[in-house]
Write a protein that binds this ligand. Sequence first.
Ligand SMILES: [Zn+2]
Length: 405
Amino acid sequence: MSALNFEIVHRLPGTLARAGVLTLPHGVIETPVFMPVGTKATVKAMEPFELEDLGAQIILGNAYHLYMRPGAELVAEFGGLHKFSGWHRPFLTDSGGFQVFSLGFGMEHGVGKIAKMFPGEGGGEQLAPPRLKTAPKLCKVDEDGVSFRSHIDGSLHRFTPAISIQIQEQLGADVILAFDECTSPLHDHAYTKAALARTHRWAKQSLDAKTRGDQALFGIVQGGAYEDLRLASARYIDSLGFDGYAIGGSLGESKADMHHILEWVCPLLAEGKPRHLLGIGEPEDLFACIERGVDMFDCVAPTRIARHGSLYTQDGKVSIRNLRFRHDQGPIDADCGCTTCKRYTRGYLRHLFLADELLFHRLSSIHNLYFIVNLVKQIRQSLIDETFFEFKAAFMTRFNAKALV
Ligand SMILES: [Zn+2]
């Protein structure tokens, strides 16, 4: 008996997009869905009721960070993540694979999945590609797992598939992920292939290590930007009988690469199981990925950029520090239904930001999360109404116009 039930309620003809209903032990989720990231069992600056009010249905916690601090045993002592954090709707935890590798390899080489995932795009200053050095000091992978040093105090730790699953069972999320090796865009085909063989073996070991019947376990498809490896990974992970899938790792060097990867992978995954694309969540990506069959998203971007004063509007992102907002008595976005837009002006928010007031973090996070969570809800409705392409065209035209930037 699975801890998960997934029902597809509507498919958009001519695409792999679908609207679904995902039932988990702590609640029912309508998909496609965007989940706010609560790495350390908190979405930064937000209370659970605020997340519920803005429409969040599920949040993501991180096994690596929670294992480091406060410790998975301590969370278990409080009855698991839901009771510990006060968020009583569904939780998903990732396995720690990405953090072990990104805090090890990524920190040493200046490569992150999100920050510089698309080094050829973005229009900002282009950094020289980091060079592969000798083996990273912070983490060392072998055939059975990964040994790494804590990013907090340098102490030595080890994750294996069995340890990651044990930690995630102690944390008690509704959905947990298999332990995987997350490769970087800098890894060549030969290394990525060897890493994929480990990830596939670890996927099976993750399934074998699972003891709780009230958690759904997703397998992770890896393989970098290499078509043969992604196809092999999708087929193998699909064959193992996971409750759902996550698509992880390097997604190439451009948005086009990411689209190709989804076009290779999604058709090979069992249609009746949910698909989560790890770490992606910019507005234009949501449309493109949903169209290609993705059901679930998580991304730190909405809250991270919010805290730095960058706010989403229907007319693109705006920087609240801009002098033009000094006397502005309108809301961030006149079309937004969030409590920040109902109650506060751009001029006041700009003041809070410039004065480095804590309240700014909360109000800006509420707005950006409301914007993204509800954009995905609108996309879902457009799938059901079969107005997806019209909605996408209208949204992207206006969003990219950047009239206010
Ligand atoms: Zn708003």
